[in-house]
Design a protein around this ligand. Sequence first.
Ligand code: ATP
Ligand code: MG
Length: 430
Amino acid sequence: MGRPTPVPESDVSPVLREPAPADVVPAPVRYEVTLDESVIDPDVQKVLRRLVRRGYEAYAVGGCVRDLLLGRHPKDFDVATSARPEEVRELFRNSRIIGRRFRLVHVLFQGGKVIEVATFRKNPNPDTEGEENSELLIRSDNVFGEAHEDAMRRDFTMNALFYDLEAREILDWVGGMDDLRRSVVHTIGDPETRFREDPVRILRALKFAGRLGFGMTPDVYDAIVACREALQLAARPRVAEEILRLLRGGAARRTIYLAWETGVLDVLLPELSALLYDDDAPDGPGRRLWRTLAYIDERTAEEGPLDDTVLWTLLLLEPLKEACEGARDRAAMVADFLEPLVDRLAVSRRYADGIRRIMSILPRVAQGRAGRFARTDLFFPALTVAAASLVAEGKSTEPIERLRQAVIAQDPRSFGQYRSKPYPSRGSRV
Ligand code: ATP
Ligand code: MG
């Protein structure tokens, strides 16, 4: 996997300006940049320009700016503005205010496209360094603020860069441009404080380090080790979503390795770390896990992110296979194995049901037999899992390929269905 393109030096130069008076607001360092504007969604540009024309501040922010600077294609674009949600709502006829915890505006465009516009917010407990750990956890963060405060409340320096479309400048209050150039993940402010405020940031740090091939500064690494238990305090659906995101990002193997190395895996998925600790055998379950994760990354590079049920199944494949070994009722064994996980990580019932059905049919599919299961929505996901399982065991995936071809030949529409249809939570019984 190649490293991301570094921020080109020639395209980036700080613009010297008169510093703002110290008692007003902190002035950002401004960098004149040449970003490829053809990559910035034209509707995002429209939203930014209209807000600015009406006298508000408005910037592209967060992951999209980071990705543009790294020469990567942004997944989506976020807009931050000084306008309040009601004011944004008034400017765009096709928009609606959403969210209770923090209110955002969704501006709707043709084809179901949604652009999220957020009013600048600030960290609700700004001076918390040295406070009791349990007091740090942020429970509500819906306090409006100014642009610099909105930058400071973000998680990592590389995620806090604001792009001013009109001026073609990056505004940097946090040293994000330097960290991007050095390819490091660094929190804004003290890492321990920031991880205790929101432990999901630990997973985000691992995700970005893995996905972008970045290093972590030593203080961030040490803080992850020191704060990892705090992940148990985080909202479970957020943790589950973040795990899926790190599996989808194309660097599942590297990211899970980092999670193991830092001990985060012990907290979240002891079922997996146990396999890794007592495994030195060349073909043992630990090695198979790394090969399975590498398989996820290969497939993701070829065809984009895999289905979520497939991702959960593959992540847990080795301990799942162990649980099923010699069992007559595989579905029941899988259900028992998943029960604590469903609780600990809020893995939804829908996924658990899919995992159970895929694991039940797996031995037959791996031998190239599918029967009536070939007509269910889980057939193609099961093929992916079976292929990964064979690859992890160092075996040929040929029976799977033959089965796939045979089923597609019988009903060519089925392949398209797999790509476009979500799996129902309850399907025909295996
Ligand atoms: P991805 O490419 O995975 O979407 P992203 O950086 O865009 O990465 P999002 O989850 O989409 O991540 O969040 C958008 C932005 O919101 C981030 O870039 C960051 O500035 C901010 N953010 C997200 N999660 C947190 C958090 N837990 N704490 C502080 N800021 C956050
Ligand atoms: Mg994003």
